[in-house]
Design a protein around this ligand. Structure first.
Ligand code: KIV
Ligand code: NA
Length: 275
């Protein structure tokens, strides 16, 4: 299993870091099998798995429940868990308590928090307590309400410079990596060259030190509209639909279950049964 220091080395060696979200046991198991560097139990869970229209309703208990399943599926992969909405804003003590639960109850290796500014002291407190922190800047879905929706961030030079400053603050506070979501690639380049810690991009262009995608977007599990930055590597949804349709047909017309799916009593028991 890789460690936070390995990700730093990968950046130095110019080896790209691969990260994908995961929310359950079988999905995590495949990701570990193919050698994914990092699994993120993202609070995108709320949207792609739980059917909410944002990440705001996701609770700490939801994150713990799913992270435990991911850990069982990928016991030898570095796992990052998103701290959900409003669990790292009230006070340092509330933040530490929430992160402690995530780490101790799930066996995850790090937490991720969105934003800089007021969150910087929290990153510092978590790091001081021994909890590795991944930062997340640019489009931060938990604050989409304030940002005015899901759109490209830091489009002006001024906003871009601010984002670079924020990323530097996250690094100074102790973050071991930073996710950059939905920003112009020119800003990704600046952050990536100015930081010693790795950047992991989603909708941030090819220059980040690593990439992350939402599992369900990547494999085409769902019929929601995909963001421009997503590449769909497979399309399993129509396959699933076909399978379920076929099952209904075969049950209705009596083709399933077939003899090969059925059990038989031994001959003498059959005789005894029918008399
Ligand atoms: O919740 C999530 O899936 C994320 C990634 C998009 C970085 O935070
Ligand atoms: Na998230």
């Amino acid at each position: 299993m890789k460690k936070t220091t390995d990700f730093l080395k990968m950046k130095q060696m110019n080896e790209k870091i691969t990260m994908v979200t995961a929310y359950d046991y079988p999905a995590a198991k495949i990701a570990e099998k193919v050698g994914m560097d990092i699994l993120l139990v993202g609070d995108s869970l709320g949207m792609v798995v739980l059917g909410y229209d944002s990440t705001v309703p996701v609770t700490l208990d939801d994150m713990i429940h799913h992270s435990k399943a991911v850990k069982r599926g990928a016991p030898n992969t570095f796992i990052v868990v998103d701290m959900p909405f409003m669990t790292y804003h009230m006070s340092k003590s509330e933040t530490l308590k929430a992160a402690a639960r995530l780490m101790q109850e799930t066996g995850a290796h790090a937490v991720k928090v969105e934003g800089a500014k007021d969150v910087i002291p929290m990153i510092q407190a978590l790091t001081n307590a021994g909890i590795p922190v991944m930062a997340h800047l640019g489009l931060t879905p938990q604050t989409a309400g304030v940002l005015g929706g899901f759109k490209v961030q830091a489009k002006t030079a001024e906003q871009g410079k601010q984002l670079v400053e924020d990323a530097i603050s996250c690094q100074q506070a102790g973050a071991f990596a930073v996710v950059l979501e939905c920003i112009p690639q020119q800003i990704t380049e600046q952050v990536t060259t100015q930081l010693s810690i790795p950047t992991i991009g989603i909708g941030a262009g090819p220059l980040a030190d690593g990439q992350v995608l939402v599992y369900h977007d990547l494999i085409g599990f769902g019929d929601h509209k995909l963001a421009k930055f997503v590449k769909q590597y497979a399309n399993v949804y129509p396959e699933m639909e076909k399978a379920l349709q076929h099952y209904i047909e075969e049950v209705k017309n009596g083709e399933f279950p077939h003899q090969e799916h059925s059990f038989n009593m031994k001959e003498e028991e059959r005789v005894a049964l029918y008399g």
